[in-house]
Every structure is written in C-alpha cells, then in structure tokens.
Design a protein around this ligand. Structure first.
Ligand code: SF4
Length: 607
C-alpha cells in the first residue's frame, strides 16, 4: 500500500505478547491515518465502560501517511486513548522526530493494551521489538530518561517518555519527547503510566513506499518553496507561537488570574520580543520543518534550560497565575515537562486553587502551608511538584479542576474553567462567541487547536451570534484536525498562510489516491461525529449539558482590560448550541441523528 508501512504493531503489556497485523486497506481508505486510525481502534476495540486506568483501555500511537517524508512539518504523531481526565475521547498530537522513526520501522500504528506487572519500556529496532525492564528508570524525570537512551543507544533512537506525573496517576500527565515536545492533553501520559510503560524507544531504517517519486519530489519542493517565500516566515521563526501574546493581550484574550480578565497589566514582560531578547538561545524545529517555532531558552536565574515556553504555557503558567516574569514562567514550564504533566491543565487547576484561597474557600492549612496568591511563583513551583507526586494538597489538584471543584464545592465549581473536564487552554472567551463555541464543542474538551476561531471573532464582530460564525467553527473542526490525520503540522497553513491545496498533489503522489480538501473535510466530519458517539457511549446522560462552558464567560464580565464589562449572554450560549447542532445534523440533545450517522457511513460502526 503506497504511503503506508503496512503493519500495525500490537503490544499486550499484560502478557508481553508482541504481534504485527497487516494494515487493512479499507482502514487506510476510510480513516487515512494518525488521529483517524487512533479513533477507529479506540471505538472498535476499547469496550464500553472500560476503566481508563485499567487493562482494557488502549493507547494508540499513530503517524500519518505524510509523516517522515519530505513535507513541511511532517513530524506529527497522534496519541489516542480513553481519557482519565474527562472519561471521553482523548487525542493528543506531538511533534519532533518520533513519528519519522515509527514510519521507518514500517509501522502505521502501535496499539498498546493490557497492564504490565512491572515497569518496562518498548524498544523497536526495525523488526526487532522487545519489552525491556525499566525498573531502574521508574521515578526519574523525562529529560534524564531521554538522555539515558540517547547516551546508551545512540542519537538516532527517538524516545517518547513519561515522568513521575504519569507514573503516579496524575489525570493530565503528558508524554514527552525531544526534550521539549509533548503529547500534552487529556492524560495520554496517565494511561501510559497506568500500563507501567515508561518509554517507547524507536529506530527504523526502512523506506516508505511512495506511489510516484517524481511527483512527490515536485509537490514537496512546491510546499517548501511556498514556506520559504512566505512573508511571515521571518517573524514566525523569530517568535513562534509567542508572536500572539501581545495580540491576545491587546484584544482581551490573554487569560489572566483564572480567566477573570483577558488583559494582563504585566503582560508586556511576557511578549515574544521580550522573551526572545531575555532568554531565547536558539530555534528548534520538528522533523522536516522549514519554520521552526520551538524556542530553546536559558533561565539564568535558575541556571537551567527548557524548550519553550510557547504561547499556551505563557498564558496558563504566566498571566493566568499572575506571573509576569518570563524566567519564572519558563522554569515552571521546565518543571512540568520534566515531571511529565500538561502545562495547560496544570495552569488551569492551580489558578482555580489560588482563586479558592483568595476567596477564603481554601486555607493555608488546606494548601499544605503554602500561601496561594496570584503572582506567588514559589507556591506555583511547589504545587507543580506536589501535583506530580500526588502528595498532600497536590493529590486534590492532580484530579483536574472539575473533580477538585466537585470535591471542595462551596461554589468553586463556577470558576473551575473547563469543558467536559478538560481545563480550557489559553484564550479568554468572555466576549468571543466563535472561540467560545469552539471550546464548548471541541471533541476532547476545552482545547483550542481544533478550531482556532478567535481571529474570526475579531474580524466579524466578537459578540455576534450568527450562523456564519457557527459554520466557520464547524468548517475548522472538520478541516484542521485533518493535519493530525495526515501526520503533518498545520502551522505552515495557519501562520505562514501557504495554500492548503499544495498538499493535495503531495498526498496523491505519496498514496496514489486523489483526495481534495473537500474529500478530506468529509473524513473530518465523520471523525467528529464518531468521537461524539464515543463520548455518548462512555458517559450516561451525555449531551447538551456537557457542552456548557464555565459560567465565568456568561455571568462575570471582566472588571479590567479591553473586555471590561463585556460578556456573552446565557441566551446567546444556548443559541450558539442550537445553531451548531442544527448545522451538524444533531438533535437538540446534542447527539448525531440516525440520518446523520447514515449519511456519514457510521451507522453500522456505532450500532
Ligand atoms: Fe514543529 Fe513548530 Fe515546525 Fe510545526 S511549525 S513542525 S510545531 S517546529
């Protein structure tokens, strides 16, 4: 099969059995790869009601058909599982170089199932595949463990590793790679830890079959040329995602003190150019990337280094915690990375705890003697460590903001900023209705990368509640995640503005199958509906209520900043959902109708 290695690797960690199965041609046709393969295997193979921490849950690791080939940013790998944070669908994308080595080992997916009786790591060396003892590595940080494998096996081995957070069952643990890239969201690292799998280490030397080598060469060159010629290339490479910190601050989208405002009076010290000047040493990119957004930084005050921080981390561990010093934010970033927890969820749940403390709901005694004030960097560092260890007060926060608030009560549920149990990423949405809807309806919880609609809000009028905005969100949700299916980075399209049609001949040359973006969007629509059916299958009573955002965005207008006094009305939140369900072909309960499932060819799969 052109564009595919041809094998699915299945590893039963409980029995130690390792097998390979041929990649089914109809799976490649209908689900293409990456996130598509992950969702298919999750829906088909994980039984209803499976415990996310138990042996029946699976962790599926999937590159896409573009991964590992000379296509800009073709270094993306998808990790799919049943989320221990939300109880629903989790799919987290990771850049770097891992995915290329998985492809060179001839693999289209790795399905990890069962629970190992002892800590192990999976070593893939082309066709030599073994589970090896990892007892000596258990308890160590991600950076030390990655370095251990690079030192002992060689730089050509790529490593995906969990830290103590994943080992200890923190609900939002990450999988780390390349000393600074993460599959961060939804607790994919938690599931890896529950399986007692410390690391996946992989090196391959096989080639990927390509349908038309000359056409592939031409299409790849056209994509690289478009990136090289892009006007935004210089600024994007200089600042990466931090380029939007100042913009978000100016338009009132920068999360500030647990999303109570969208502008941060200390914000300027976190802006991209300040960070570049103060801490950035060099740029760092993923496999095949012509526009490296990774920034490698040195924090002199701490005598330490980190890849980052990028925008989301600056928002969630900086302004959202009232921290204005970029070195402090970068150090918090490093702690989270090394301990293996998601910076976004960590920032969200810590901000909730600080607000509880400042409101008198939690006391110093509750917080293990820490003074939880916005801007108290030392308390934030201590909390990150406590969360990763699930120690004392950290054990409460390690469950995520939704569950922690349910446990503490006293009205704190209202300012736990999440959707479906996932902490909202770094866009304040008091008066940005398309972005708010994107969070409300996102297939994994309140995550931004499926539909980054905030610019559309600013463009057409932030408080407008019109069908065009809803249609835009749906289009983005169907289209953008397809990059995670193909195994390539979306940022060359988003940030450099290259023509997405340039990918069409590349995909055809590689796979031998002609697919337009309209064809790909139909696949995206099918995946969106299938993930919705997974949520419904796994959660009794799932529906409309689950799509509601934090009341903060419809009850509490910010008191400061450019969005001061602005809010989305509750009736408008409901109208957004009504329009969304109608346009998606869902009932007013928020579930796909039978007719929609049939139209998308999903009826037999979900029955
Ligand atoms: Fe990786 Fe950034 Fe390049 Fe995308 S733009 S491939 S995330 S370095």
């Amino acid at each position: 099969m052109n564009g595919y290695g041809g094998s699915i690797l299945r590893v039963d960690l409980g029995t130690g059995k390792i097998t390979k199965e041929p990649t089914p041609a109809d799976l490649a046709r209908d689900f293409i790869g990456g996130r598509g393969f992950g969702l298919y295997f999750l829906f088909k193979e994980v039984p209803k009601g499976a415990d996310p921490f138990g042996p029946e849950n699976k962790l599926i690791v999937s590159p896409g058909p573009l991964s590992g080939l000379m296509i800009p940013g073709a270094g993306k790998c998808d990790f799919t599982t049943k989320s221990p944070l939300t109880g629903g669908y989790a799919s987290a994308s990771m850049g770097g170089h891992l995915t290329a080595e998985i492809r060179y080992a001839g693999l289209d997916s790795i399905i990890l199932e069962g629970v190992s009786p002892k800590p192990v790591y999976l070593l893939i060396d082309d066709d030599k595949i073994e589970l090896k003892d990892a007892s000596e590595l258990w308890g160590k940080g991600t950076i030390e463990v990655e370095k251990h494998f690079k030192d002992t096996l060689g730089e050509e081995y790529q490593v995906a590793v969990i830290g103590p957070g994943g080992e200890n069952g923190v609900s939002f643990a990450s999988i780390n790679h390349d000393y600074g890239r993460q599959a961060g969201r939804g607790g994919v690292g938690t599931v890896m830890g529950a399986k007692r799998l410390k690391a996946i280490v992989v090196h391959g030397t096989k080639s990927i079959p390509v349908a038309d080598v000359e056409a592939y060469r031409k299409a790849g060159l056209a994509l690289y040329k478009a990136c090289k010629d892009a006007e935004m290339l210089k600024d994007w490479t200089a600042y990466g995602t931090t380029i939007v910190v100042s913009w978000c601050d100016e338009v009132g989208a920068l999360p500030t003190r647990n999303f109570s405002a969208g502008s941060f009076e200390g914000g300027k010290t976190l802006y991209g150019p300040v960070m570049r000047q103060e801490i950035v040493i060099t740029d760092k990119g993923c496999f095949g990337c012509p526009s490296p957004c990774g920034k490698y930084s040195r924090m002199k005050r701490y005598d330490s280094h980190v890849e980052g921080p990028e925008y989301e981390t600056i928002g969630m561990l900086g302004s959202n915690l009232g921290i204005a010093d970029i070195q402090d934010v970068a150090q918090a970033n490093l702690l989270c990375d090394d301990l293996g927890i998601d910076t976004i969820s960590a920032g969200g749940v810590i901000a909730w705890a600080i607000e509880c403390y400042e409101k008198g709901i939690l006391t110093k005694k509750d917080a293990d003697g820490l003074e939880l004030k916005f801007g108290n960097t030392e308390a934030v560092f201590a909390l990150i460590r406590k969360i990763a260890a699930r120690e004392g007060f950290g054990a409460l926060l390690a469950q995520g903001a939704k569950r922690a608030a349910q446990q503490i009560g006293q009205g704190s549920e209202k300012f736990a900023i999440h959707v479906k149990g996932m902490e909202q990423s770094a866009y304040a949405t008091h008066n940005a209705t398309a972005m708010l809807l994107a969070y409300m309806t996102c297939d994994v919880g309140a995550h931004h990368n499926r539909a980054w609609a905030i610019t559309y809000d600013i463009q057409v009028g932030r408080d407008k509640v019109v069908p065009e905005k809803v249609a835009r969100v749906i289009w983005l949700q169907n289209f953008r995640p397809m990059f995670d299916v193909l195994g390539a980075c979306r940022l060359q399209w988003v940030e450099l503005g290259i023509d997405r049609d340039l990918y069409v001949p590349a995909l055809e040359a590689i796979t031998g199958v002609h697919r337009t973006w309209e064809d790909l969007e139909k696949v995206g629509d099918r995946l969106w509906n299938l993930s919705r059916m997974f949520w419904a299958r796994e959660n009794e009573g799932f529906g409309r209520e689950w799509d509601m955002p934090s009341p903060r965005f419809y009850e509490e207008p910010p008191k400061t900043g450019v969005t001061a006094g602005q809010i989305t009305r509750f009736e408008d939140v409901q109208r957004l959902l009504d329009m969304y369900y109608e346009q998606r072909g869902w009932g007013s309960d928020g579930l796909p109708t039978q007719a929609t499932l049939e139209k998308l060819g999903l009826a037999s799969l979900v029955s």
